[in-house]
Design a protein around this ligand. Structure first.
Ligand code: 28F
Length: 656
C-alpha cells in the first residue's frame, strides 16, 4: 500500500531552462515523437496513480486551441507547502526537474514515465501549462507560462503566474493538466490523433480495468469524436484484439504475478499462421527490439515445451530438441514486465538491457508453463501445439539446404542466385546501398545509371511471392525472395543476423501505380515477417521516382507529386511540354540517376514501425488470407490516387 506522500518527499534538483536548452536530452527529438512524449509523460503520471489503486479513469482531450488536456480521478496532486522551498508541492513538481519522488522506489514502485524526468519537462516545453487539483473538496489551480523577457529576449521556461490558488469547493477528485506545446521548440505542435488513440488503447490493454477516454475536439462527428477503452480481460483482450483477423487454434494461456520485485504478465494464443508475433513491454513502454525479458520468456517457453514433448513421448530419447522457432510458429504473445530501474538500449531505446531480468523471467514463466502443460484440462491444446511444432521442425529440416544458402553457409550454392544481382565494387556495408527494382527495363536503366562504387541493383521480375500465410519452405522456394535473401546476406527468421547485412540502405524502387504499391507491400511484408530488425534498425527505404517532367527549352523540372507540378507550372509559365511518367522504365539511365538514385537530389522515405501492434494488424489484414477484413479496411480507409500517403524526406546532401 502506498504510504502518504507529502511535499517533504520531493527531491529538488535543478531549474527548467536546462530543458529548453537541450530538449533532445529529455524527450529524444523535437519532432513528432518528442511532441507526443509530452502527452505520454503526463498520462504516465496519471497511470501511476491508477496503478497504485487510487484512480480508474484517465481522459485525454485534444483541444481546439491545440492544447492537450489529461485528467485522472485519483487523490489529486499534493498541495501542501514544501518545508524548504516555501512553495506548494504542485509548484515543485512542475517547476523543478527530477522532482516528484519517483527516483526512490518507495511508493511509485514502477514509474512508466519517460524514465522519470517528471512533468516539469512538459511545463518547460509548453507555451503554457495549467494544473487543476481536486482534493479535500477543494479546487486548486496553478498556471505556468514560458515567457520571453522583452529586454533580453530570453525565454523563462514554465514560470508560475501566481502561487497555487484555491478556486472554490468541489465534489470532484483528481488531477487535470492542460498544456500547449511550445511552437518555439517543436518542429510541429500538431498532435496526431491516431498516434494518441492507438497508444491509449495499448495502455488500456496493459492496465486492466482502467478506463481511457480519448476526445479529439477537431472532429465534428459526435460518434467519432470520443472513444473509450477499458478492458477487464487485460492481456487476454490484447491477444484477442491482435488475433481478430486471424484463425485462432488454441485457448489463450495467461499468467501474472510478482517475483523478485518485478511484476510479470504474459498471454499467449496460437493461430494457423506460419510466423510469430510477440509484443513485449517494460513499465508499459513497448520494447519492439525485445531484450532480456523477451529472451527469458522465449527460453522458458522452448524448455517447457521440449520437456513436455519428451514426457509425452512425442520426442524420443535420441531426438534433438525442437527449436524455439518451431514452437513459436503461429504464436501471438504479449509479455509485460514492470521493473524498478529499467535500462533501455538500442537505436530507438526499444530493447531492455537489465541482465538480472532474464533468469527471473525464465524461471517464473518456466514454472507456470510446465505446470500448465501437465494440467489435464490443457492436454488437447498442448498436443495441438506440439504437433504444429513437430510439423514446423520437419519443414525447417526440409529447407535446411535453402536456409543455408539464405545464410550463405555455402557460397557455392548461393552463386547462381546472385546472378541477378549487379553488385557494387565497394565493400563497405556502411556506405553501400541495394536497390530492389521492379521490372527488367527499370532494372537495366538502374544498372547503367547507378554509381557502381556503392550502389548494387537487384531487379525483380514481376511480383515476388506474398509471404504472409506461406510456410517457410514455400517462401524459400520463391526465386525472387531467395535472391533478395542472398543479396542481403543476413539470413532470415531465427537465423537473422543484422551484423551480416551487406548494405546500409535497402531501397525499394517500384512504380507509382497500384502494381508498384502492391510490390512495395509484398516486400515490406516479407521484411516485417522474416527480417524485422532490417526495418526497426532503419535500413529500409522507399525510393520516390518523379511523376512528371516539365520541359521548356533546355530547362526541365521533375515533379514528385501534384502539388509540386502545380507550383512548377505556375513558375515556368507558357510553352512547356509535360511528360507523365507511368513507370520507372520510361526514364533513361541518366534521368533515373538524377531523379531517383543520386543521393544529392533523390527523395527517400525511411520505413519505420511507429506502432508495432498496428503494423501487425495491418500486415495481417492487408496481406493475410481473409478477404472480408481487407475489404472493410480498404472501403474504410483507402483514398485512391492519393499520392502523399507517404511523405518523402529530401536526402541530406553529401555521399550516401
Ligand atoms: C493528469 C496527470 O499527474 N496525477 C497524479 C498524484 C497523486 C499523488 C502524487 C500524483 C510526491 C512527489 C510523487 C497524492 N496524495 N495526473 C497526475 N496524482 N502525485 S501525479 O504524489 C506526488 C508524489 O512525487 C499523491 C498522496 N500521495 C500521493
Amino acid at each position: 500500500m502506498a504510504s502518504e506522500y507529502t511535499a517533504k518527499d520531493i527531491m529538488v534538483l535543478e531549474g527548467l531552462d536546462a530543458v529548453r536548452l537541450r530538449p533532445g536530452m529529455y524527450i529524444g527529438t523535437t519532432g513528432s515523437r518528442g511532441l507526443h512524449h509530452l502527452v505520454w509523460e503526463i498520462v504516465d503520471n496519471a497511470i501511476d496513480e491508477a496503478s497504485n489503486g487510487y484512480a480508474n479513469e484517465i481522459t485525454v482531450t485534444l483541444k481546439k486551441d491545440g492544447s492537450c488536456e489529461v485528467t485522472d480521478n485519483g487523490r489529486g496532486l499534493p498541495v501542501d507547502i514544501h518545508p524548504k522551498l516555501g512553495v506548494s508541492a504542485v509548484e515543485v513538481i512542475y517547476t523543478q526537474l527530477h522532482a516528484g519522488g519517483k527516483f526512490d522506489d518507495k511508493n511509485y514502485a514502477y514509474s512508466g514515465g519517460l524514465h522519470g524526468v517528471g512533468a516539469s519537462v512538459v511545463n518547460a516545453l509548453s507555451r503554457w501549462c495549467t494544473v487543476d487539483v481536486y482534493r479535500d473538496f477543494t479546487h486548486y489551480q496553478q498556471r505556468f507560462e514560458s515567457v520571453e523577457d522583452p529586454k533580453t529576449h530570453k525565454i523563462q521556461s514554465g514560470k508560475p503566474l501566481a502561487p497555487l490558488e484555491k478556486l472554490g469547493n468541489t465534489r470532484k477528485r483528481g488531477t487535470c493538466v492542460c498544456f500547449l506545446p511550445d511552437d518555439r521548440v517543436f518542429d510541429s505542435v500538431t498532435f496526431n490523433a491516431d498516434t494518441v488513440r492507438h497508444r491509449l488503447r495499448e495502455l488500456a490493454y496493459l492496465n486492466r480495468g482502467v478506463k481511457f477516454v480519448f476526445t479529439d475536439e477537431h472532429i465534428k462527428d459526435e460518434a467519432l469524436r470520443r472513444v473509450e477503452y477499458v478492458y477487464q480481460g487485460g492481456l487476454n483482450d490484447f491477444v484477442s484484439y491482435l488475433n481478430k483477423d486471424k484463425t485462432v487454434i488454441s485457448e489463450p494461456i495467461q499468467y501474472e504475478g510478482d517475483t523478485n520485485g518485478m511484476r510479470i504478465r504474459f498471454c499467449i494464443q496460437y493461430t494457423d499462421s506460419y510466423t510469430e508475433s510477440i509484443f513485449s513491454f517494460v513499465n508499459n513502454i513497448p520494447t519492439p527490439e525485445g531484450g532480456t525479458h523477451e529472451a527469458g520468456f522465449k527460453a522458458a517457453f522452448t524448455k517447457a515445451f521440449n520437456d513436455y514433448a519428451r514426457k509425452t513421448g512425442v520426442l524420443k530419447e535420441k531426438d534433438n530438441n525442437l527449436s524455439g522457432d518451431d514452437f513459436r510458429e503461429g504464436i501471438t504473445a504479449v509479455l509485460a514486465v514492470n521493473v524498478k530501474n529499467p535500462q533501455f538500449e538500442g537505436q530507438t531505446k526499444g530493447r531492455l538491457g537489465n541482465t538480472e531480468v532474464r533468469p527471473i523471467v525464465e524461471k517464473w514463466v518456466g514454472d507456470r508453463l510446465s505446470v500448465h502443460l501437465e494440467d489435464l484440462k490443457n492436454q488437447s491444446d498442448a498436443k495441438l501445439i506440439l504437433d504444429k511444432a513437430v510439423k514446423a521442425a520437419k519443414v525447417r529440416e526440409a529447407t535446411r539446404k535453402a536456409r543455408d544458402v539464405a545464410r550463405q553457409k555455402n557460397e557455392l550454392e548461393a552463386a547462381p542466385l546472385v546472378g541477378k544481382l549487379s553488385a557494387c565494387t565497394g565493400r563497405d556495408a556502411k556506405l553501400n546501398e541495394l536497390f530492389i527494382v521492379e521490372g527488367d527495363s527499370a532494372g537495366g536503366s538502374a544498372k547503367q545509371g547507378r554509381d557502381r562504387r556503392f550502389q548494387a541493383i537487384l531487379p525483380l521480375r514481376g511480383k515476388p511471392l506474398n509471404s504472409e500465410k506461406k510456410r517457410l519452405d514455400q517462401v524459400l522456394a520463391n526465386e525472387e525472395i531467395r535472391s533478395m535473401i542472398t543479396a542481403l546476406g543476413t539470413g532470415i527468421g531465427e537465423d537473422f543476423d543484422i551484423s551480416r547485412l551487406k548494405y546500409d540502405k535497402v531501397i525499394i524502387l517500384s512504380d507509382a501505380d497500384q502494381d508498384g504499391a502492391h510490390i512495395r507491400a509484398i516486400l515490406l511484408t516479407f521484411f516485417y515477417r522474416y527480417m524485422k530488425p532490417l526495418i526497426t534498425e532503419g535500413h529500409v527505404y522507399m525510393g520516390m521516382p518523379p511523376l512528371y517532367k516539365i520541359q521548356k527549352g533546355e530547362k526541365s523540372t521533375y515533379c514528385y507529386d501534384d502539388k509540386e507540378l502545380a507550383k512548377a507550372m505556375q513558375s515556368v509559365g507558357k510553352g512547356y511540354t509535360l511528360q507523365r511518367y507511368k513507370g520507372l522504365g520510361e526514364m533513361n539511365p541518366e534521368q533515373l540517376w538524377e531523379t531517383t538514385m543520386n543521393p544529392e537530389g533523390r527523395k527517400l522515405t525511411q520505413v519505420s514501425i511507429e506502432d508495432d501492434m498496428e503494423a501487425e494488424r495491418m500486415v495481417t489484414i492487408l496481406m493475410g488470407d481473409k478477404v472480408e477484413p481487407r475489404k472493410d479496411y480498404i472501403f474504410a480507409y483507402a483514398d485512391f490516387n492519393k499520392r502523399d500517403d507517404f511523405k518523402p524526406v529530401r536526402q541530406e546532401g553529401g555521399k550516401a
